[in-house]
Design a protein around this ligand. Structure first.
Ligand SMILES: [Zn+2]
Length: 116
């Protein structure tokens, strides 16, 4: 994504619309998206005399935290789902970047009174 505002400003309306179409085509699969973060954390249990009370905790385990704006509560992610969550997060970031680019194209079209 190396396009800056200047790149858009130097494009013709036809090029802008073609660029918008190409960007939208990259949003082919918008079902597999997640917004938030995945983090590993060690946890302490409540068993009396467990090594975790003084040393390192158990795990690390993976937790997903939704993007702030939701409740923001972290949820445990079973190890078998970590790669799936990672993939969804990557798709989500890519989709947001594409939407931002389409929005920039549309802002340029608006500036030229060519938005319809
Ligand atoms: Zn423990």
């Amino acid at each position: 994504m190396s396009n800056h505002k200047n790149d858009l400003a130097s494009m013709s309306v036809r090029q802008l619309i073609a660029r918008r179409r190409a960007l939208a085509a990259r949003l082919a699969d918008v079902q597999e998206v997640l917004s938030g973060s995945l983090a590993e954390q060690a946890r302490r249990c409540s068993k009396a005399g467990c090594r975790c009370a003084t040393g390192e905790g158990h795990g690390p385990y993976s937790y997903f935290t939704p993007r702030a704006g939701g409740r923001g509560r972290s949820r445990y992610v079973p190890s078998g789902l970590v790669e799936v969550v990672r993939r969804y997060l990557q798709h989500g970031e890519a989709a947001e970047a594409v939407l931002a680019e389409i929005s920039a194209v549309n802002a340029e079209l608006l500036a030229r009174r060519e938005l319809r």
